[in-house]
Structure formats: structure tokens, C-alpha cells
Design a protein around this ligand. Structure first.
Ligand code: ATP
Length: 449
């Protein structure tokens, strides 16, 4: 991280917190940042940075999920300063991403909370999202009538939110009076909690049930939240029965969302469930070109290809890499070509190379499946050992340039046909078994591929 503020800038807690926010914005999604971190207030007391949360719900959420990230970022920025999270004395302002309940659907300018940039026009279509895009277009033309609910699922940063909001924007374009609302599932929970706190739960129900289209993002965060699920169940029924459109996104298939009531799981499957798969090279390249054009940059195709080839995880990373290249070119005043792209992404590529070494793949896979590193080479054949070993072989084949005999050798002197068999087996299992596919994709992500 390059943005270390001068020590004088850190004298008061506000400045330190502001500097920390710059880092955190890079390390979280916009939604996470706006919903959970932006509402915090920072005060520096000696060597202790105290962060005050506006309410207990926000405080607990941060404690459970963001504390490690906050502490690590603070340690990078101001080593030695300790972090303490407290409840603010007074109820703080409502987070920017979650306007006060009364604002929902009533502000004609942005009551719907849609990002106008998330349109079909700026969404690149490829093999990985073809079906999802076709379904989304259909829904935008006949909301409430074609597929209800439309359930879009897929891994992190693959374009679920963008596509869902494209539908919302298209509905509004056709009918400016339509009551459309985009809300993250965390936003829905916050909204509900606030209504409960203020005894306005009936208003909450009315607001949500009057909508023409409800777009609810990342529904996996409903897991285990019984009161929220209960409330959403009734909202869902009211909208569905009234022929209003519901669009849901999630990181997995409905039946695979843990601790989600069965009645919700089954309702989510009533309409159409479509997946967005990780994008292939051509689609990634088209996305890079599209994003470059949006930024007013005439990017040579070879540079777009280079970025798409090196960054294989998800679109947010692709965007990050492109931003780096643009910043580097602006700063050095050099032209856009392979050399400048390589210079701009050197750190990233170096990290990636270290991550995808044969040794590291074995280590990461062993840790992921909780087996011993030495089991990668051992003769043990029990499934809980053999399967991770096959996964590691398959990843090594996919991510490195080692030959099959070299891979076999590194996995306890096995024959190259064993490696080939492992790769085929894992490919097959990934198609048949979503858990295996998810594990494999998680590992690719951990390995930075
Ligand atoms: N097919 C695409 N064409 C153009 N841009 C895309 C495409 N897919 C994703 N993006 C861009 O990638 C970024 C991340 O996309 P988005 O937030 O929609 O992903 P997501 O699947 O909802 O992620 P998360 O799982 O974190 O909620 C956005 O800036 C979006 O515009």
C-alpha cells in the first residue's frame, strides 16, 4: 500500500480514521464499505484508535466479519496503534448505503438506489453469462410476468449486481413511475432492525410490499437470521401474489444456502434460476476493452489480452489491474503497450508466480482440506487424502507449465497417467458436484489465479 500518510496527519483520530478508510475502500466491496465502515466515527486516545458504531447491530457485524481486516489495515498504516470498537453514545447517522426508512422509494431521484452505470449496454455478454443475460432482458421487458423470481447466482465479482441493476434501470426506462428498489440483503436487515427499534415495522412492511420490483442482492447473508427470513418470506409472498417482480442474487444455488428456511429455498426456485460462470479469456478481454472505453482510454487489444490472460479470478480484479495500467501510463507519460502493462502489473504478477509454484499449490490445497502437506506425496489412498491430492495435481496442471511426468514426480513419484486420470476425474466431479466446483474455484481464488 503506497498511501502512508505523514505522521502529522495522524495526530487526531479523524485523520487516522480517514486514512484508514482509504485503505479499507480498496480492501472491501463498495457495498461493505458504505454499509458497515462509512458510518463509524474514529477518535484517537493515546495509542488507541477508538471506533464508534452507530448501533449494536453494526458493531456485532463488524466484530464478526471485519475485525481482522480492520486490525491488519491499521497495523500497516500506523504500527503500534491499538484498535477498539465501541458503541457510540448516541445513535449515529444512518449509513449512506441505507437511507432512512422513509426515503425508500419516495425520492424520485435515487429512491431506487440503482447505479445508472449498471445498464445492459455496459454489460459484456459471453458464454459464461449468456443465459442469465437473456433471462434478465426478458424480465426487464415483462416484469412480474416472465420469470418470477429471477434468481442469479455465481461467484464473487462475476457481475450479478450489475446484471440485476441493469434490469432495474431498464424497467425504469420503460416506465419512469415504476417503484423499483435495489437493496443489499444487509441493507434489508438494517432497515428491518431500525424499524423494529423505532416501532415502525408496519411502515417497513408497507414500503416493501408496495414495490413493483424488488432487487435483493447477496441473499446468502440471510443465513441463520430467522427474524429476517420470516419478514422476507411475507414480503416475498405479498410481492409474488401481486404479480410484482422479485430478483435475487446469491453466491450459490438456493438449496445450498446453509441455514436458509426450506420454504424460502423452494420459493426461490419457483421462477428461473440462472448461473453466471467464471468468464473465459475472450469475455475477460472484451470486459477489459469495454471498461477501458468507459474510462476514455483507447487500449490496444494486445494489452487487453495481456491483462485478461494474467488476471483470471473475477471482474473486480480485472478492473483493478486496468486502473493500475491507466495510472501507470498517466504517471510515466508512456504509451499503452505490453511493456508499460507489464511494468504496471509487475508486483501483481510476481505475487501470482509465487502463489502458483508447485510447492505452494500442494501447501495451499493441503491446508484447505485440512490434511498434512506430506500427504501430497504419500502412498495413502483413502478418499479424504486422495481427492485433495487429485485436486492439487489438477491445479498444478492448469496453473503451471510443468509437464505431466514432472507433476507425477512431485506428487510422490507417480506416473504421468495418474496425473492425467486425476485431471479428468476432477473435471468430471466439478460438473457433477457443485461443492467440488466451489472448492476448486475457491482454491483458484486463494492461489490468485
Ligand atoms: N459482464 C460484465 N460486463 C461488464 N462489467 C462487468 C461484467 N461482469 C462484472 N462486471 C463489473 O465487475 C464489477 C463487479 O461486478 P458485480 O458487483 O456486479 O459482481 P457481483 O457478482 O455482484 O459481486 P459480489 O459477489 O461481490 O456481490 C462491476 O464493476 C461490474 O460492472
Amino acid at each position: 500500500m503506497s498511501s502512508h500518510p505523514a505522521p502529522s496527519a495522524l495526530h487526531n483520530g479523524g485523520a487516522l480514521w480517514a486514512a484508514l478508510c482509504v485503505q479499507l475502500q480498496e480492501r472491501t466491496t463498495a457495498q461493505q464499505f458504505n454499509t458497515w465502515l462509512r458510518p463509524l466515527r474514529g477518535e484517537l486516545h493515546g495509542n488507541e484508535l477508538r471506533l464508534f458504531a452507530p448501533n449494536a447491530f453494526v458493531m456485532e457485524w463488524i466484530r464478526e466479519r471485519l475485525m481482522d481486516l480492520l486490525e491488519a489495515s491499521l497495523a500497516d498504516l500506523a504500527p503500534g496503534v491499538i484498535l477498539r470498537l465501541d458503541l457510540g453514545e448516541e445513535e449515529g447517522p444512518v449509513p449512506a448505503a441505507v437511507p432512512p426508512a422513509t426515503a425508500i422509494g419516495t425520492d424520485p431521484r435515487n429512491g431506487h438506489r440503482l447505479n445508472p452505470g449498471f445498464s445492459f449496454g455496459s454489460y459484456v455478454e459471453g458464454k459464461s453469462n449468456q443465459l442469465a443475460v437473456a433471462a434478465a432482458r426478458q424480465v426487464s421487458e415483462h416484469p412480474g410476468k416472465s420469470y418470477n423470481p429471477l434468481y442469479i447466482y455465481g461467484g464473487v465479482g462475476l457481475g450479478k449486481t450489475h446484471l440485476m441493476q441493469a434490469v432495474g434501470n431498464a424497467i425504469l426506462q420503460r416506465n419512469n413511475d415504476a417503484k423499483v428498489l435495489y437493496v443489499s440483503s444487509e441493507g434489508f436487515i438494517m432497515d428491518m432492525v431500525r424499524s423494529l427499534q423505532h416501532n415502525t415495522i408496519n411502515d417497513f412492511k408497507q414500503r416493501y410490499r408496495k414495490l413493483d420490483a424488488l432487487l435483493i442482492d447477496d441473499i446468502q447473508f440471510f443465513a441463520g437470521k430467522d427474524r429476517t427470513q420470516e419478514e422476507f418470506f411475507h414480503t416475498f409472498n405479498a410481492l409474488f401474489d401481486g404479480g410484482r417482480q422479485i430478483i435475487i442474487t446469491c453466491d450459490r444455488y438456493p438449496k445450498e444456502v446453509d441455514r436458509l428456511e426450506e420454504r424460502l429455498q423452494s420459493r426461490f426456485g419457483w421462477g428461473l434460476t440462472v448461473a453466471i460462470q467464471p468468464h473465459d479469456l475472450e469475455t475477460r478481454m472484451a470486459i477489459v476493452l469495454c471498461k477501458a472505453e468507459e474510462s476514455g482510454v483507447d487500449l490496444p487489444e494486445e494489452v487487453a489480452f495481456f491483462i485478461a490472460e494474467k488476471i483470471r479470478s473475477h471482474v473486480r480484479e480485472l478492473e483493478g489491474a486496468l486502473r493500475r495500467v491507466i495510472a501507470h501510463v498517466n504517471f510515466t507519460r508512456k504509451p499503452y503497450n505490453l511493456d508499460t502493462a507489464r511494468e504496471a502489473l509487475r508486483d501483481l504478477i510476481d505475487v501470482q508466480k509465487r502463489m502458483v509454484s508447485l510447492d505452494n499449490i500442494q501447501k495451499v490445497v493441503a491446508e484447505y482440506f485440512h490434511i498434512r502437506g506430506s500427504d501430497m506425496q504419500s502412498k495413502r489412498r483413502s478418499r479424504n487424502i486422495a481427492r485433495p491430492r487429485q485436486v492439487a495435481m489438477c491445479l498444478t496442471k492448469e496453473l503451471t507449465s510443468h509437464s505431466l511426468p514432472e507433476i507425477g514426480e512431485a506428487f510422490g513419484g507417480r506416473d504421468h497417467t495418474t496425473v492425467l486420470h486425476a485431471c479428468r476425474q476432477i473435471d468430471k466431479l466439478r460438473q457433477e458436484n457443485t461443492q467440488m466446483d466451489e472448492d476448486y474455484r475457491n482454491l483458484l481464488r486463494i492461489l490468485g489465479a
